[in-house]
Design a protein around this ligand. Structure first.
Ligand SMILES: Cc1cc2nc3c(=O)[nH]c(=O)nc-3n(C[C@H](O)[C@H](O)[C@H](O)COP(=O)(O)OP(=O)(O)OC[C@H]3O[C@@H](n4cnc5c(N)ncnc54)[C@H](O)[C@@H]3O)c2cc1C
Length: 405
């Protein structure tokens, strides 16, 4: 296993870190206390700067206009970007667009690429991914109610989705819908279909209020009704019934992106906690950092963040070498482990800050609200623990059989 980075990559990481600290951290108070849309013109200027530096789309191959980093290299950049809530957006590496770009690169036809991928890569439009439904368990994603029925050259889509992140203002949705209800395997019943959001029958019912915030634009979660929503069959991505297989391919790299972003958040929270502990006096001449309980939070956080990073880098390295399928246990392990580290580190950092931790004078409270969902989206903790443990036990049973016992 080799996680070493060449000197060019090390320099990029240093420069990205300095850019974010000097130019983006100062924008956070406006982001934390006002509507996101108000900041868009200023962020557009910063995006131009990111393009000029050659950092745009760090996760995308160079033939599509990206920086062409390997997954392991991008993991390091994703950590840097995670240190501010604005980082991934500025580099056009934010969910759900980043995942949709990967799907379109792999599965879109040349016409679909021209219409949807090219403007997405250029940052001219946004997109969303519409799979989870209020009436069905997202933890069991092969079971859903949304149907896409053929009618002449079209599909007619009917169903209800929610938690379609960034639907508000998106140009198109990639919708998961059942096209082959008769297929024997439940993994081969759904397709992914591109639906422009101005299609008649695409109805954004509301931006769901999440943890006290309705959100707007890219920072929103939509409930959508697809009501007799008609799109050409040529809007389907990949083969009919291949929707679930395509989604699975996307999840490995997607989880590396999330986990390294969470580690970036942990590092920023850790820095804030340590800095606060080093100067906040609990009595004249005695700082918070001299208290044993706070020292334990610092030591435990340091150990957990370092362990989490090594696990994620090992997983990224394995995906680069052997593909997502071979790394599926690692992918499940990092998904629930790093999400747990994130919650604990944020909680300790807020506790160390006392009342200050509850304010929006630091990004801690924002992250505490927003990142609670890390233990739920892309598979709840319990589902990942269950699936990885099931495979471990199955392998042990096979070994036992192989030994003739
Ligand atoms: C902030 C946020 C953003 C999201 N963005 C998107 C998006 O862009 N697009 C999209 O399609 N979806 C999105 N989702 C939806 C997300 O993927 C689902 O919420 C998730 O898959 C869980 O599905 P569910 O909410 O239906 O919970 P359920 O499947 O109903 O599960 C509820 C709980 O039951 C438990 N549970 C479930 N199954 C098992 C089991 N087998 N064993 C033990 N316990 C179990 C777990 O604790 C789980 O949390 C988002 C969700 C959130 C919160």
């Amino acid at each position: 296993m080799d996680f070493s980075l060449d000197s060019g990559m090390q320099e990029m990481i240093r420069n990205v870190r300095a850019f974010l600290r000097e130019e983006i951290f100062p924008l956070e108070p406006a982001f934390l206390t006002g509507p996101f849309v108000d900041l868009v013109p200023l962020l557009e200027e910063k995006r131009q700067k990111v393009k000029a530096m050659g950092w745009w789309l760090p996760q995308i191959p160079s033939e599509h206009g990206g920086a062409g980093l390997s997954l392991l290299e991008f993991a390091h950049i994703s950590e840097e970007l995670g240190r501010t809530p604005l980082g991934h957006y500025l580099f056009n590496a934010q969910a759900p667009d980043a995942g949709n770009m990967e799907i379109l690169i792999e599965h879109a036809t040349p016409e679909q690429k021209d219409t949807y991928l090219v403007p997405l890569l250029q940052g001219e439009i946004r997109s969303c991914f519409s799979m989870t439904e209020p009436g069905y368990p997202g933890s069991n994603p092969t079971w859903m109610g949304t149907m896409a029925v053929k009618d002449g050259e079209d599909y007619v889509i009917d169903g209800q989705k929610w938690f379609t992140t960034a639907a508000d203002g998106a140009a198109f949705a990639i919708v998961m819908a059942i096209t082959n209800p008769e297929a024997d395997s439940r993994y081969l019943r759904a397709s992914q279909i591109i639906v422009p959001t101005d299609t008649p029958g695409f109805k954004l019912v509301r931006n769901i209020s999440v943890m006290g915030e309705k959100g707007s634009g890219y920072a929103s979660h939509g409930e959508i009704v697809y009501d007799n929503c008609r799109v050409p069959q040529s809007n389907r991505l990949g083969g009919e019934g291949a929707g679930f297989v395509i989604a699975q391919e996307r999840l490995g790299p997607g989880r590396i992106h999330h986990c390294m972003r969470w580690i970036g958040i942990c590092e920023r929270a850790f820095d804030l906690m340590v800095d606060w502990a080093a100067h906040r006096e609990v009595a004249p001449g005695r700082t918070l950092g001299e208290q044993g309980m706070v020292q334990a939070w610092i030591a435990e956080s340091r150990a957990e963040i370092d362990a989490a990073r090594l696990m994620v880098l090992r997983t990224a390295w394995r995906i680069d070498q052997e593909g997502s399928y071979a790394a599926r246990d690692d992918i499940s392990l990092i998904k629930f482990y790093v999400a747990g580290v994130l919650q604990r580190v944020l909680d300790r950092a807020i506790q160390a800050h006392g009342g200050m931790g509850m304010t929006d004078d630091t990004p801690l409270a924002f992250w505490y609200r927003h990142e609670r969902a890390a233990r739920i989206y892309d598979g709840p903790d319990e589902v990942h623990k269950m699936s990885v443990a099931r495979r471990i036990v199955r392998r042990a049973a096979e070994r036992r059989q192989g030994n003739g016992r």
